[in-house]
Write a protein that binds this ligand. Structure first.
Ligand SMILES: C[S@@+](CC[C@H](N)C(=O)[O-])C[C@H]1O[C@@H](n2cnc3c(N)ncnc32)[C@H](O)[C@@H]1O
Length: 297
């Protein structure tokens, strides 16, 4: 295990994300009883495990496969005096503990939702530890929402402008402008959406029951009428941590370190096809215009 892989800036951003920490802390306060044995998969510096350790007298295991993060968690656990908090430097796939946990908590939510393996690792752990009764989050949903944001047109124009401004003599990037735009519109982008408004109904792309669903692969579509003012589709997750305690990176909710994900809509596009493959941890985006949709009919 490499010492180089402790991403200090990433951990700093996660620890500074009060929306995230507060939601997990509240959920653990409600879910963990004084006798519960808890496992936190991907414990990092042990923060979520420390919330659980405060609630129970039983053992709380924080499992982290990067040795530097685990070492930091181990030192913190020792110094904090939480004698029931045990940080284990291992992968959750290696049967890392000899115990019968009651609760599994994990914050392995990827930049869009499933890319950090949350579905697969929860399934695999619950299959090998059937004593787990509660998984936090219990469900993870991914939604697509048509939006309009002037700021996003500005970002696109700036990006294209960088290419166009390099044109010289007859070597003119204007000739590949459409190609560049369609490339940009095929990639999920991340920003802080502060001027966006909704421009259509939100649609559920996929819902995962964590600990129950085996794989995160999915395929789904969203239709947007040509006349809609939407210039992008916002992708956001809803993680149900405990009954009414939801963690989300929806643009209209409290900010998080995940920021806001969007896919820019090219002119005339009417349907967005989104698919995800756990094998390469990649989203595949395809826009279709009305001619293409007519051909598919
Ligand atoms: C998004 S970070 C969250 C860290 C910490 N739980 C927090 O909330 O600040 C996810 C962590 O999970 C670890 N991780 C991911 N999959 C894991 C696995 N299967 N076993 C052990 N650690 C894992 C990563 O190394 C990373 O440190």
């Amino acid at each position: 295990m490499s010492h180089l892989l402790f991403e200090m800036k990433h951990h700093a951003a996660m620890l500074a994300d009060k929306t995230r920490l507060d939601a997990y802390q509240r959920a653990l306060q409600k879910a963990v009883g004084p006798e519960d044995c808890v496992v936190d998969i991907g414990t990092g510096t042990g923060i979520l495990a420390s919330y659980a350790a405060k609630r129970t007298k039983n053992a709380v295991y924080g499992i982290e496969y990067f040795s530097t993060a685990a070492a930091i968690g181990q030192k913190l656990a020792q110094d904090s005096g939480y004698s029931n908090l045990i940080i284990v430097n291992n992968s959750s796939y290696n049967r890392p503990i000899e115990a019968a946990p009651d609760i599994l908590v994990t914050e392995t939510i990827g930049p869009i939702a499933p890319e950090e393996n949350i579905v697969e690792l929860c399934y695999e752990f619950c299959r090998r530890y059937p004593s787990v009764k509660t998984v936090i989050p219990s469900t993870l949903q991914l939604f697509a929402q048509p939006i309009y944001s002037r700021q996003l047109d500005g970002i696109t124009d700036n990006l294209l402008g960088a290419f166009l401004s390099a044109s010289h003599d007859s070597y003119d990037f204007n000739g590949v402008k459409e190609l560049l735009l369609s490339e940009f519109c095929r990639e999920p982008q991340f920003t802080v959406l502060d001027d966006a408004h909704t421009a259509g109904e939100s649609s559920l792309l996929v819902e995962y029951q964590l600990g129950v669903d085996k794989i995160s692969d999915f395929k789904s579509s969203l239709f947007i009428p040509t006349a809609s003012e939407a210039n992008a589709v916002h992708l956001y997750f809803y993680a149900t941590l405990f009954s009414e305690i939801i963690l989300t990176n929806k643009f209209s909710a409290a900010p998080t370190h995940w920021r806001h994900c969007y896919v820019k809509r090219p002119p005339g596009a009417e349907q967005l096809d989104v698919s995800y493959s756990n094998k390469n941890k990649k989203f595949h985006i395809k826009w279709r215009d009305k001619h293409e949709l007519a051909r598919l009919d």
